[in-house]
Write a protein that binds this ligand. Structure first.
Ligand code: CO
Ligand code: CO
Length: 349
């Protein structure tokens, strides 16, 4: 048999990136301003609060949580890419306090030019993550396209009284983050051949870690607000909580966990365009310390794929949740707090 070089999936893409529910900031604004025909009282969470997923009440006991996400390959291994896409898509259900139940595949693939085995591996990776999350694949749709894209629409359930949205954070709450940031800078560096094998394994591990344990653990706490850190970056998603809750948020920069070489790679210029867009997008609502250099500011805005949960909960419960998460192997940290002053704003210290 003829031996061929494995295809580098990330070299096939023109533009990558994952947003939360409705994509990059500029596009999200268009989608969010869709005219809504008739307000429906069963729609508990819709487009207006920039939440992770839509929530629709079916009965007094059950609401349906729906989300969709797909993107171009951000790693070269197709199995890993499938796992990342599934972990990322399911995460928005966890971020709403829901339990994921079913999923549909969304596939775009250049069937004439790429080996079908690549697609099989993407689907196998995704399937393994769905199994781990207890999610049943019920179907999907595929089209022939110039570059590969993959993702899923995921449906879950939640009790209508237990929905965790961006709104509800209260002054005095602590802010927890359950995964390190720097993923966008790492995947850009990967594309440029700057990561070691171990570093690729590590960032892949971060992106393929389900937020299942974090979500199930936070379920027994009095969580006031939650989201997951994805395309808009830590400060982008934190500002959504600040805005929706009508509070200020203080982020202690040196408490924010980052992947080991994030600063070095950012200083070397490996900052993705999406991260710089995020930085510009939140510039009006974020105050940084004057002495903070530009690459540290970009890191806090770094566009993440399949990031951790960002959780606001009462100070008296924060240490206990932190301890329980760390005990279960979740890389959680307390990274800030909610303030009454500076409503809608983020203060980085
Ligand atoms: Co998303
Ligand atoms: Co999200």
């Amino acid at each position: 048999m003829e031996k061929t070089e494995p295809v580098k999936l990330t070299s096939l893409t023109t533009k990558g990136g994952c947003g939360c529910k409705i994509g990059p900031a500029d596009l999200a604004e268009v989608l969010r301003n869709l005219p809504i025909a008739t307000p429906n009282p069963n729609l508990l969470v819709g487009l207006d609060t920039s939440d992770d997923a839509g929530v629709y009440k079916l009965t007094d006991e059950i609401a349906m949580v729906q989300t969709l996400d797909f993107f171009t390959p951000i790693v070269d291994d197709p199995y890993d890419f499938g796992q990342i896409a599934a972990t990322n898509a399911i995460s928005d259900i966890y971020a709403m306090g829901g339990t994921p139940i079913t999923a549909l595949n969304i596939v775009a693939f250049p069937i004439a030019t790429l080996d079908k085995k690549i697609l099989s591996e993407i689907l196998r990776g995704s399937g393994d993550k769905l199994t781990e999350a207890g999610v049943t694949l019920v179907g999907g749709h595929s089209i022939d396209d110039q570059e590969p894209k993959f993702g899923l629409a995921v449906t879950g359930t939640v009790h209508p009284d237990k929905v965790r949205t961006n709104a509800g954070a209260q002054p005095g709450d602590k802010i927890l983050l359950t995964k390190p940031i720097g993923v966008g800078i790492y995947t850009t560096s990967l594309k440029n051949g700057l990561l070691s094998k171990d570093e690729i394994v590590y960032v892949t591990k971060v992106m393929t870690t389900l937020n299942k344990t974090a979500a199930e653990t936070m379920a027994s706490y009095d969580v006031h607000a939650a989201t997951d850190v994805t395309g808009f970056g830590l400060l982008g998603h934190a500002s959504e909580i600040a805005k929706a809750s009508g509070v200020g948020i203080r982020i202690i920069a040196n408490q924010v966990p980052t992947l080991p070489r994030t600063k070095e790679l950012a200083d070397a210029g490996k900052v993705p365009g999406g991260t710089k867009n995020n930085f510009a997008h939140v510039a009006d609502v974020v105050s940084y310390p004057e002495t903070m250099d530009q690459s540290d500011r970009w890191i806090l805005c770094d566009a993440v794929t399949s990031g951790g949960l960002l959780i606001a909960l009462p100070e008296v419960q924060a240490d206990r949740l932190l301890g329980e998460l760390q005990h279960k192997g979740v890389d959680a940290r307390i990274i800030g707090e909610v303030t009454e002053e500076n409503s809608g704003r983020i203060t980085v210290e």
